[in-house]
Design a protein around this ligand. Structure first.
Ligand SMILES: [Zn+2]
Length: 628
């Protein structure tokens, strides 16, 4: 008996949206909710020669014959997303961020970057391809003192966001299409589930350190490549929850082990390779109490059964918590034939399917105790191909684990989605010139590399931030701005509170703080640092700037006048007049002009001259009048 754990081979692919403008047009990267401003329909028809080069995955998708509806928004979609206009050159901030990440990983950046078209025919891109750029290769990321190699770092445009499936039509939102996406793929050097999680965490941290990683659900997506010894490579797509990565890896190990156990059992039984032989059984279910079958028949569907020789007990075997081999078969039906599921003999009687029915069907299908059967309810024209899929997948159980692409489910399990994609079909993007990367450019970017988390914490505490603020700032998208502002003279604590707390509060109050430029924001915190703007008025300055579009400097001047209240002006002027009583008595109203300079100086130019002169005249007249 071998007892050692199966050897895990695992690689990670992290996709992160960037908080810059879109990659190949000048639209902002906004993820929208609610009603679209306009929509249009397309059917993608790749030409035969292109189809000839497609792999099984792409073809399977194409054969489903979908049409596509695209929802667009005026403020974040233009003719580029609609594929009505050629792309514009790559967003410089996005490119710079990808280069920074490459440098932080010590990856090799070529001197020239090429934009390529990656053919996609699932409608997730209006043009039928996705633009992608290889930024660097090699390098590594350090996880617990172990170096995990980086395969590639790629900058590409995100695809359109799937909204819903309406029959044979798939609806996409165009808000996401074109948002820059950095893809970091590690070599398959991850050895444990825990290491997979830590590696993903480390990559996430690296991305966030650039201050350009988009935040929120769905902005980062993780894919895993997993296999165990004697198993097969699968691609697990769409893991969103970072803390679940180890669970997903563990569950996949469990699944592959279970499939190997099934293989061994079938071998021991000398089970023959299943072949597709559907038998129509609709007449057997005329009086069934099984709701699913009853409804199906009412809708005009038919019931089919098929014997799986020597499979008794196999379909009921657990492969992941709550999932059995029968569930795997059902996933294939769903993905390939849009048939919602199946019944199998290992789970029956259940769902209203009686024991008596089970016995009758077994007899009809000539099943012995060693055999199993499956029942499906579907349109007559689908029966043959659906049963063929079941036979093929069951036949693979004799070989072990099939290579495939799987979708992450919520609880750590996964379900079959499509065959493993072959190498992507790529063609040069003829609408865009290559991008030359000079040594000088890399040297300049090298000077701007983000600090490590440890460096940040140390620096922030030295600047006087509390533990809480420093912790919050260290991976915030404000960190880079904050460091620059403090270096230029902003007050660290006031600035941190303003960026991390006040702006959020303003957002909640319905102020779109993201519309403010970084320069304007910098002017606000610097004016506060110079003592020209009280911290209590910083939000007011921002609001006024967004509302009126006036220059920050001008707004600050106006606010400062208001910031000295009338009482203060009055108090100061009274004091000046009192101190100069002799001069006032001697010169009468002429003293107004004589004392004006002193008053303005005392008020540090923060008050309106007219108001000062008004108060001064009143105070002086109090004396001159009483002397008459
Ligand atoms: Zn656009």
């Amino acid at each position: 008996m071998r007892t050692q754990a199966p050897k895990l081979v695992c690689g990670l692919e992290v996709h992160q949206q960037l908080e810059t403008g879109k990659l190949f047009c000048r639209c902002p990267s906004l993820l929208k909710e609610g009603k679209a401003d306009y929509s249009f329909e397309r059917k993608l028809r790749p030409v035969a020669s292109e189809l000839g080069e497609f792999d099984a995955a792409a073809l399977e998708q194409f054969k489903r014959g979908y049409s596509y509806e695209y929802h667009a928004f005026n403020d974040c979609c233009c003719l580029v997303e609609c594929d009505e206009e050629p792309p514009q050159k790559a967003d410089s901030e996005a490119l710079k961020t990808a280069l920074k990440i490459s440098m932080l990983c010590k990856a090799v950046i070529p001197s020239e970057l090429f934009v390529m078209r990656k053919i996609v025919i699932d409608g997730s891109n209006t043009s039928g391809f996705q633009r992608t750029m290889l930024i660097s290769k090699g390098g590594f990321i350090e996880v617990n003192n172990k170096k995990i190699g980086i395969q590639t770092i790629v900058l590409e445009e995100d695809s359109a966001r799937p909204l819903e499936k309406k029959g044979s039509k798939i609806v996409y939102s165009l808000d996401r299409q074109g948002i820059p996406l950095i893809e970091i793929a590690t070599k398959p050097e991850i050895k444990t589930p825990q290491e997979a999680k830590e590696c993903a965490k480390k990559i996430g941290e690296l991305l966030r350190r650039t201050c350009k990683a988009k935040r929120g659900l769905g902005t980062i997506r993780q894919d895993l490549n997993i296999s165990i010894s004697n198993g097969a490579r699968i691609e697990l797509k769409g893991v969103q929850e970072l803390n679940m990565i180890d669970v997903f890896v563990e569950r996949e190990i469990q699944r592959q082990k279970a499939l190997l156990k099934i293989r061994n059992e079938l071998k021991k039984r000398k089970t023959p390779k299943p072949t597709a032989m559907p038998v129509e059984l609709t007449a057997e279910f005329k009086k069934t109490k099984c709701k699913i079958i009853e409804h199906g028949i009412k809708e005009g569907k038919k019931v089919y059964g098929m014997k799986l020789t020597g499979f008794s007990g196999i379909l009921g075997m657990t492969i992941q918590p709550g999932r059995r081999f029968g569930t795997e078969l059902a996933d294939y039906l769903k993905a390939r034939h849009n048939v919602p599921g199946l019944f199998h003999s290992d789970e029956l009687p259940a769902y209203g399917f009686s024991l008596e029915e089970k016995k009758r069907i077994a007899k009809k299908l000539k099943c012995s105790e060693k055999d199993a059967f499956v029942i499906i309810v579907c349109q007559a024209n689908k029966a043959e191909s659906a049963m063929k899929t079941i036979a093929e997948r069951s036949a693979f159980a004799l070989k072990g684990v099939p290579e495939e692409t799987r979708n992450a489910l919520e609880n750590g399990n996964s379900a079959y989605s499509r065959p493993l994609p072959g190498a992507a079909r790529m063609y040069p993007e003829t609408d865009l010139a290559s991008i030359k990367i000079s040594r000088q450019q890399l040297e300049d970017i090298g000077k701007e590399l983000p600090k490590s988390i440890e460096e940040r914490l140390k620096l922030y505490k030295k600047m006087g931030l509390s533990e809480k603020l420093a912790e919050e700032m260290k991976l915030s998208n404000w960190a880079c701005f904050f460091e620059r502002a403090v270096e230029k003279g902003a007050n660290a604590k006031t600035t941190a509170v303003f960026l991390l707390e006040k702006l959020k509060q303003l957002e909640r109050d319905g102020i779109q703080t993201k519309r403010i430029s970084m320069n304007a924001l910098l002017e606000i915190v610097l004016a506060n640092g110079r003592g020209e703007l009280e911290k209590g008025l910083m939000a007011e300055a921002l609001k006024k700037h967004l509302r009126t579009g006036k220059e920050i400097k001008e707004i600050i001047k106006g606010l400062s006048e208001k910031s000295i209240d009338f009482e203060e002006i009055e108090g100061k002027i009274k004091k000046i007049v009192k101190e100069n009583r002799e001069l006032v008595e001697k010169n009468g109203n002429r003293a107004i002009n004589m004392l004006m300079g002193d008053a303005m100086k005392e008020l540090q130019g923060k008050a309106d001259g007219r108001k000062v002169s008004e108060v001064l005249r009143r105070e002086i007249e109090k004396i001159t009048k009483s002397n008459r």
